[in-house]
Design a protein. Structure first.
Lengths: 434, 321
């Protein structure tokens, strides 16, 4: 039996109940028992001093690529779940674009089991929308949901057929799950390696225009209106997309959206010098887009922050820009990048950060957690809001090292991560070289 | 202790160079022109140096021009092309280069289909790297030979009006020319169908002409780019016939110009598409002098990157430096 955990003297920040106070939190039997002062101390409790730290409901990442099955050389569900815990995530949702694709109940069950074995962050599978992610036949949503899938997506590529997307939204309503789309018009984006603009013109790289994303975003919003299904737009990157989402929400359409930390902090300028760690899809955009996305996180047009954690092998990124794969790792830098790009400049406070990284993902995806209310699962993130640290990819728990933040000094650091009442991660101060 | 080379370690493009550095290369090329006019076209300047011409894309003109430049400076040269080499067996660019470097070489001339490939290589090996064309990014020695040819004819670059015509979107020649010309004070325009111009062209400091007639009226010189035939199959333009009709540089169009317009073309030409034969072979064409200047400019670049002193270029050609 796991011993109770008492988190003492931290700033307890739980927007789900409007809590923001210095208090103790008692966790036992896998659930939150009590939050407050003078809540007592069971004799056998593990006491964790949280003075100066923020204690919040655990972060949930609805978008990551854990590469297993198929590419266990670049990440496994276990290494990804440990990296997630190190980043303060108590749960992550694994995208199905593995080899083979997670498009059937057996494959979903495999991800669930590997996640349980890892014993770090919880791992929820996302099933494919179409069989083999080929964009043709609908996958078996019902059986996948019964096996543990919490959403469906063909992420990595868009659902090209509007008819298939319509059917997916209708069919997903039956099971109450969101359909996540990777918005990209494949003909406009074909061959593109970065944002289309003056930098791509100078570097001689084929550009991807904003419209490649926006055309699909508005199509999906209109299909959500038609079907009254829940469409969730992954990794939004442009100012125009924010305007379209706002348009949809103003009309009561069931559209939600996410943004990645890198789209909140970096611009296309990072591609200068052909740095393949600045290559991702959708690409890094302009300062104007970054400003709009920050505002959208503040006002809630963008519901949540997700990492799009995408580990790649060193050799795959160590090549000519146009031939390198898209994506960066993000689980272990997400919190800090959000703190530095949104909280430090004053766009949002820590309450909104917790809302966008914990409460909203839990609520919109129907996942346990996202709250410290008594009786909810004891998934808790304890982080130091002011701690400065320098990103050293060799210290990542992820197998991936591909990050554009290497060498940068960032603010905010996860100190402990608690999943189901068990401390699954604590920052190792010796490993920090302190 | 030798002072830092005037160009740095590599020549990756004209964008990173200053106007002064570009002028230095052109000035250094002047004395080298004469070597190719001799009966014995060889000086000992780079004797003992090893240069690898690493061509991942097909090229006749540029590769041969570099090879002549290297041989006339007495360098030992090796040509590596992608077909049949370890590259065809799946070796990565960086492994290929590191293996060559392990054989102790001094310079690499690289032509590659990916933008940024020359820079990628330059950051990973110690040898000097010369970009002989990387994807749709830059082709600096072509830009330099175009500048030298313009300067030969007009005796100046500053204030010249030069229009680059055609497929600017996919052209590394266009980019190198835009940078080089602007840094030396020329006015630069581009002319072509909008589908073959970068969408951000208006932010690149050039004038844009949609009609070739307007471009000809404005220009002192036209640099006419080759229209790759695959642009038509990829749907950027409807047909070569229409391209020639709307954008082709023809004698009739040139005769209506208020002044004689100098004609440059980086080759190879599609006669009857972007340029008519009587223009290519006409009195104002400097297409062959461009090719001749290519050797001199490349000799100058090889000389300067190998640590040659610009003021000694004249002496170098007599074998004294």
């Amino acid at each position: 039996m796991t011993r109770p955990v008492l988190l003492t003297g931290g700033r307890v920040l739980d927007p789900s109940q409007g809590t923001d106070m210095v208090a103790d939190v008692l966790l036992s039997d896998g659930t939150v028992q009590a939050v407050g002062r003078d809540i007592g101390r069971p004799d056998d409790a593990v006491v964790v001093d949280c003075a100066g730290l923020i204690v919040s409901p655990g972060f949930i990442d609805v978008h990551c690529h854990l590469r297993e099955p198929g590419r266990a050389d670049v990440e496994t569900i276990a290494s990804g779940a440990r990296a997630a815990a190190a980043g303060g995530f108590t749960a992550v949702c694994a995208m199905p674009n593995t080899d083979p694709v997670i498009d059937n109940p057996a494959a979903v069950g495999f991800v669930v089991r590997q996640g349980l074995r890892a014993g770090a962050a919880r791992v929820y599978p996302i099933g494919a929308i179409s069989v083999g992610q080929r964009g043709e036949a609908l996958a078996e949503f019902g059986e996948m949901v019964d096996s543990g899938a919490i959403a469906v997506s063909d992420d990595g590529k868009p659902v090209v057929s509007a008819q298939l997307m319509r059917t997916a939204l209708e069919y997903a309503r039956t099971f109450g799950i969101p359909v996540i789309d990777h918005c990209e018009d494949p003909t406009l984006a074909a061959g593109g390696a970065m944002n289309e603009g003056v930098v791509s013109a100078r570097l001689g790289l084929k550009g991807i225009p904003d419209e490649a994303e926006e055309i699909m975003a508005i199509r999906d919003i209109l299909l959500a209106r038609l079907t009254r299904g829940h469409v969730h737009l992954a990794h939004m990157s442009t100012k125009g997309s924010v305007e379209l989402i706002r348009w949809g929400k103003d009309r009561g359409i069931n559209v939600t959206a996410e943004v990645c930390p890198h789209h909140l902090s970096l611009t296309e300028e990072a591609v200068e010098g052909y740095d393949t760690n600045a290559k991702m899809n959708p690409p890094l955009r302009t300062a104007e887009d970054v400003a709009m996305l920050r505002e959208a996180v503040r006002d809630g047009t963008i519901d949540l922050v997700a990492t799009d954690h995408a580990p790649h092998h060193y050799d795959e990124k160590e090549r000519e820009f146009q031939n390198a794969p898209n994506g960066i790792v993000g689980l272990e830098t997400a919190l800090s990048v959000v703190v530095d790009s949104l909280v430090v400049p004053g766009h949002i406070d820590f309450g909104t950060l917790v809302q966008r990284m914990s409460c909203s993902p839990a609520r919109l995806f129907g996942l346990p957690g996202g709250s410290l209310r008594a009786g909810t699962p004891a998934d808790v993130t304890i982080f130091d809001p002011a701690r400065r640290w320098t990103v050293d990819p060799t210290k990542f728990l992820s197998k991936g090292r591909n990050t554009p933040y290497a060498g940068m000094t960032l603010t905010g650091r996860t100190i402990h991560t608690v999943v189901g009442g068990e401390i699954v991660y604590s920052l190792d101060e010796r490993r920090e070289g302190k | 202790m030798t002072p830092p080379a005037p160009l740095g370690k590599d020549l990756l493009g004209l964008e990173p160079l200053s106007g002064e550095q570009i002028r230095l290369i052109l000035d250094t090329a002047e004395p080298f022109k004469e070597i190719s006019e001799r009966a014995i076209k060889k000086v000992p300047t780079l004797r003992g140096s090893t240069v690898v011409n690493l061509f991942f894309e097909n090229s006749t003109r540029t590769r041969i021009s570099f090879e002549f430049a290297e041989k006339r400076l007495s360098a030992d040269t090796v040509n590596v092309s992608s077909g049949g080499s370890s590259v065809a067996k799946g070796e990565t660019l960086v492994d290929t280069a590191r293996n060559l470097e392990a054989m102790r070489i001094d310079m690499v001339v690289i032509r590659h289909g990916a933008s940024g490939a020359a820079k990628f290589l330059a950051e990973r090996i110690e040898s000097n790297v010369i970009n002989a064309g990387d994807g749709t990014h830059e082709h600096p020695t072509q830009g330099l030979l175009d500048l030298l040819t313009l300067r030969d004819h007009f005796k100046r670059i500053e204030g010249l009006r030069v229009c680059i015509c055609g497929d600017v979107l996919h052209s590394r020649v266009a980019r190198s020319n835009i940078w080089g010309l602007r840094k030396l004070g020329a006015e630069v325009a581009v002319c072509g169908p909008r589908s073959l111009l970068p969408s951000a062209i208006d932010e690149m400091g050039v004038t844009v002409f949609s009609r070739i007639e307007d471009a000809i009226e404005w220009s002192d010189a036209l640099n006419i780019l080759r229209l790759q035939l695959e642009r038509m199959t990829a749907g950027y333009i409807p047909s070569l016939r229409e391209y020639n009709k709307v954008f082709g540089v023809t004698r009739e169009r040139l005769e209506r110009a208020p002044r004689d317009v100098l004609i440059l073309h980086p080759g190879p030409m599609n006669r009857g598409v972007e340029i008519d034969s009587d223009v290519a072979d006409g009195p104002h064409s400097v297409i062959l002098p461009q090719v001749t200047n290519g050797v001199a400019v490349r000799m100058a670049v090889l000389y300067l990157l190998s640590g040659g002193k610009p003021e000694l270029a004249e002496a170098a050609k007599t074998g004294k430096a």
